[in-house]
Design a protein around this ligand. Structure first.
Ligand code: AKG
Ligand code: FE2
Length: 334
């Protein structure tokens, strides 16, 4: 029973041209590993205003400086995170034909994705597979995969957590923020959960990426990763490796918060490098608004023009289909 998608077959058939034009070389042996800014969320409910303010300040500073940070004492219990990971392993252990067929064969509307069938060169190809689940369809996903309710339970707790962080960041943007905006526009059913698996990649395919460099199409993303490592992000114009922390969840700013905050918070490029020996798992929760939501800069002069989330997603799909790559916010510069 073969669970693996035919990554090597597709990768080798793609032209290797321009592989390093969009990025620095993938050889990471010399890269330094950094710990992301660590924020202890326990202080939000400590009852001390000073502690709370300090915690909020750290979140805001990290969102401006790094676009990424990690949180501990986030209120999601270890048992749930372990259960989620076990469930994820089981889902990916299904035969490849079953994963591919239940979701209409790698179509953009299906749950299951692998590689990048729109890739026109190896530089666009991701050595990974994923279940990309709209929260509005999570019960269909459960039925199709005979899976447990762990995914739904996780969505419930993670959406409460990210709402708190989103409000702290939005409050800091001042008068443009209406208290009810996020609660009205970002409902759980407009969000997405993506379970990623990165199979080991033979060292001879040294140019392959686990996940090609991108920014996230969300306001915010919550990432749970195992302890293998491989996530890298752009910091001050250079790639750096992120050291995994088993007790922390990673939070990053997505394109929509960057546009809404008029560039105050940074939607930072990130990627995943491959590992020759072991597989790696991660789960990303994308905090997104309903499709008709207008993303409008909170201050003037604005860097980006107004757009609806629907328009933004449509442009991304168009670019991926025609160039193999997401372009994202630069398309919406004024
Ligand atoms: O697996 C990771 O560490 C990153 C995943 C990611 O960036 C994504 O799913 O958008
Ligand atoms: Fe991402």
């Amino acid at each position: 029973m073969d669970c693996e998608p035919p990554l090597a077959q597709v990768f080798l058939n793609l032209p290797a041209t321009n592989i390093e034009t969009d990025e620095q070389p993938i050889d990471v042996s010399g890269l330094k590993c950094y710990e992301l800014p660590l924020v202890d969320l326990g202080r939000l409910n400590s009852g001390h205003t000073m502690n709370r303010k300090e915690c909020e300040k750290e979140i805001i500073e990290a969102a401006k400086e790094w676009g990424f940070f990690q949180v501990v004492n986030h209120g999601i219990c270890k048992e749930m995170l372990v259960k989620l990971q076990e469930e994820q392993v089981k889902l990916f252990q299904q035969p490849f034909h079953k994963k591919a067929n239940q979701s209409r064969s790698n179509s953009p509307t299906g749950f299951y994705r692998w590689g990048n069938l729109a890739a026109t060169s190896r530089a666009h190809f991701s050595w990974s597979e994923a279940f990309h689940i709209p929260v509005s369809s999570v019960s269909d996903f459960r039925t199709l995969n005979h899976s447990s309710s762990t995914v739904e339970e996780y969505i419930e707790v993670v959406s409460e957590l990210i709402q708190i962080i989103a409000e702290i960041l939005a409050d800091n943007m001042g008068i443009c923020f209406h208290k009810t905006f996020l609660a009205e526009k970002v409902v759980p059913s407009s969000c997405y959960l993506r379970m990623n698996r990165y199979p080991p990649c033979p060292n001879s395919y040294s140019k392959a990426r686990g996940l090609v460099s991108h920014t996230d199409t969300s306001y915010l993303t919550v990432l749970q990763q195992d302890n293998i490592g491989g996530l890298q992000l752009m910091k001050d114009g250079a790639w750096i490796c992120v050291k995994p922390n088993p007790n922390a969840l990673v939070i990053n700013i997505g394109d929509l918060f960057e546009a809404w905050s008029n560039g105050l918070y940074k939607s930072v490029r990130h990627r995943v490098v491959t590992n020759g020996q072991v597989e790696r798992f991660s789960v990303a929760y994308f905090y997104c608004p309903t499709t008709e939501t207008v993303v409008r800069s909170c201050s003037q002069p604005s860097i980006y023009r107004d757009f609806t989330f629907e328009e933004f997603k449509r442009q991304i799909q168009f670019d991926v289909r025609s160039t193999g790559n997401k372009i994202g916010l630069p398309r919406f510069l004024r």
